[in-house]
Write a protein that binds this ligand. Structure first.
Ligand code: C2E
Ligand code: CA
Ligand code: CA
Length: 639
């Protein structure tokens, strides 16, 4: 009897709604156990699922109560029908909002479409309720059969579908192509299903047809597949976890493992992925593993869920070191707690790179607030340097020239000096070379800074010349990589020319950390500038590995002995002899030897004994603003 009603009289079989219900519940459970970003879109998606749940339950209930012919059951039937209609309308409205979200419309357009959808749903609901109350819509007869005199829901369905399709097509440039195609295709399939069921006098497939669209979205947007070997999820999921933690003020512990050898798409061996997978679930509750590009894995967990996390973390590190001894791949581990300044725009990946660049290989570093502050400062400095580069103003007031006068041993006077760069930045203050030269070099911004220093130095030389000071030259520090640029020489010469001084008044200091391939280019560029009379200094001789053969290849004029050599003279007789013989060799080969970092009387005496032609260091002067050089240089003709 029961089946008879469902099948023949109503054209309804509960099988489809039971299946929809089961699938909806299954999806909800899967979303719970997998890692899905808790974005606004996801919230809409969950509401869509909830609507489906309610729609299928009420539909099942509606037809179930029809078997009971009592008057009160009829009321329940009507209520179920109304709630069912409401759930489906709510689903459509929610779906509209869902699709509007990634389109990033302006407020006015967004409101227009959202309101249109809202009013279609409200109007339809009113008609559905009136239809029930006044008997022109859904009617439940005393014998348990139903008739639909009119089907207002179908009208709303058509309107809403048309509205959503219109918005999607109209703004298709705003949508990811795969989402556009996938959703549109599923909608077409759903509409087809609805009209086919009408054609066949069926009612069973309504909820299931809505489920199709939901599946499309789930598959395209919210599935975040686990890597089958490590159990990790992708990088965007890491962004989401950080954003969620920031919004809800939850402290998250971040553990990063970087294996630099796997930077270039090389797969990690299975022993490592197995170890990582095992460890990521074993020691910490609710920890999520993220796979980041460039051989990095990040394990993150909420501190609130792991009150005794230190214990778990330490056990994990011990196990790692233990097992990792067999693999012998280089690694760097960085661990620490989220900080608001980093979480706001998720700067963790840049931050981790930064921390790693300052630590040893095969080491573990726990970062602290201090590291975060240093990093933020670095970021600010980098922004400023980028801006200086963008404006390329040779008079940029943020770039300051300091100078250190150099003593000419033969005359006992100061007639040369070295220009040293400083930055004066708003909100940061004075910044010294160790904090910005490496940064400027890494981002290829150093050349702009050099040209500014060169320009300002040349202007000072011109001022000293015009005021009769006896200034032989001022040397400027260059980075070797600047020489690679084809227009290097012409740019340098044009800056010097623009200040109308002679190029021979400018010295160039470079360090010997050159690579083999650069040598011929470097040599030709140095020769080109030397033809204009410029003097070349080899900076920092004695730090690191000095390749004498290579040094001799290049036409340097002055060899700057690093302060470390000055210190070593005073340490042992043996090192004194070594420094002495090197200085003597350069002297005999026609180079001029300059000792850097002469701090006191003792240093001076030792250096003078070692063929020093020039002396530079705190004994004579700390670096001073370039304008103060007038206190050291003498006027021509003065004795
Ligand atoms: P450098 O070229 O070897 O410069 C000498 C550094 O030693 C300067 O540090 C100077 O302040 C310091 N110094 C001078 N006398 C003494 C002394 O008696 N004792 C000690 N302990 N130190 C002394 P600063 O100004 O911090 O510069 C550091 C480095 O930054 C420079 O080393 C140079 O490699 C780089 N640098 C500075 N200005 C520029 C620039 O305009 N361009 C480029 N590419 N690099 C620059
Ligand atoms: Ca130097
Ligand atoms: Ca030096």
């Amino acid at each position: 009897m029961l089946n008879g009603i469902f099948d023949t009289v109503l054209g309804y079989t509960p099988a489809c709604d039971v299946l929809s219900l089961a699938i909806t519940i299954a999806v909800l459970i899967l979303l719970r156990v997998s890692y899905v970003s808790k974005s606004k879109s996801f919230m809409y998606f969950c509401m869509m699922l909830a609507s489906l749940l309610v729609a299928s339950v009420t539909n099942l209930l509606h037809y179930r109560v029809l078997t009971d012919h009592s008057a009160s059951m009829k009321t329940v039937g009507y209520i179920c029908y109304i709630v069912h209609s409401f759930a489906l309308l709510f689903f459509m409205f929610d779906f509209l909002l869902y699709m509007l979200e990634p389109m990033l419309l302006d407020r006015k357009s967004y409101k227009r479409y959202a309101f249109a959808g809202f009013w279609i749903c409200v109007a339809d609901l009113v008609v559905v309720i009136c239809g029930v109350v006044f008997g022109f819509g859904h009617v439940i007869h005393d014998d348990g059969t139903v008739t639909d005199e009119a089907n207002p829901f179908l009208l709303a369905y058509v309107f809403m579908t048309a509205l959503i399709v219109f918005v999607m097509v109209h703004y298709r440039d705003h949508l990811v192509k795969q989402l556009f195609n996938g959703v549109l295709f599923m909608m077409a399939l759903a509409v087809l299903l609805i009209f086919m069921q009408i054609n066949f006098g069926q009612r069973s497939f309504t909820v299931a047809s809505f489920g199709l669209v939901t599946l499309a979205i789930l598959f395209l947007v919210h599935s975040n597949p686990f890597d089958i070997t490590t159990g990790a999820v992708g990088e965007s999921a890491f962004d989401d976890m950080i954003a969620d933690g920031y919004k809800k003020h939850k402290d998250i512990m971040v553990m990063s493992l970087h294996l630099p050898e796997f930077d270039s798409h090389t797969r990690m061996p299975s022993e490592i992925t197995n170890l990582i997978r095992a460890m990521s679930t074993q020691y910490l509750k609710g920890a999520i593993l993220f796979r980041i590009a460039g051989g990095r894995m990040v394990l993150a967990f909420h501190i609130s869920k792991n009150p005794a996390y230190e214990n778990g973390m330490n056990r994990m590190l011990l196990r790692f070191e233990d097992e990792y001894a067999h693999f012998r791949f280089d690694y760097k581990i960085v661990i620490g707690q989220t900080e608001e300044v980093l979480s706001r725009d998720n700067k963790y990946l840049t931050f981790l790179d930064f921390v790693e660049s300052r630590m040893m290989i095969n080491d573990v570093k726990f970062f602290e607030k201090d590291d975060v502050e240093t990093f933020i400062r670095h970021e600010q400095i980098l922004e400023e340097i980028k801006d200086i580069h963008k404006k390329s103003n040779l008079n940029d007031p943020r770039v300051l020239v300091y100078c250190q006068p150099v003593l000419n041993v033969a005359t006992g006077k100061y007639d040369t000096a070295e220009a040293l760069m400083r930055l004066s930045l708003d909100g940061i203050g004075m910044v010294y070379p160790d904090q910005f030269i490496p940064l400027a070099e890494r981002y290829h911004l150093i050349h702009t800074l050099t040209l500014i220093i060169l320009h300002k130095t040349c202007r000072m030389i011109r001022f000293l010349d015009e005021n009769d000071y006896d200034v032989k030259r001022i040397s400027v520090n260059f980075s070797v990589r600047e020489f690679r640029d084809a227009s290097f020489c012409s740019e340098v010469l044009s800056v010097i020319d623009s200040t109308e001084i002679m190029p021979k008044k400018v010295g160039v200091e470079i360090t010997e950390s050159m690579n083999e391939n650069d040598l011929p280019i470097l040599k030709s560029k140095i020769n080109e500038l030397k033809e204009h009379g410029m003097t070349f200094y080899l900076d920092d001789f004695g730090t690191g590995y000095s390749n004498l053969e290579r040094i001799m290849e290049l036409p340097f004029d002055v060899i700057k002995f690093d302060r470390s050599l000055v210190l070593s003279i005073e340490k042992t007789k043996k090192s004194a002899t070594m420094v002495d013989s090197q200085a003597q060799m350069f002297d005999e080969l026609g180079y001029k030897v300059l000792f850097e970092g002469v701090e006191d009387e003792n240093d001076e005496i030792s250096c003078k004994r070692m063929h020093a032609k020039y002396l530079q260091g705190y004994k004579y002067s700390k670096p001073i603003p370039i304008e103060q050089l007038t206190e050291f240089f003498e006027k021509k003709g003065a004795d």
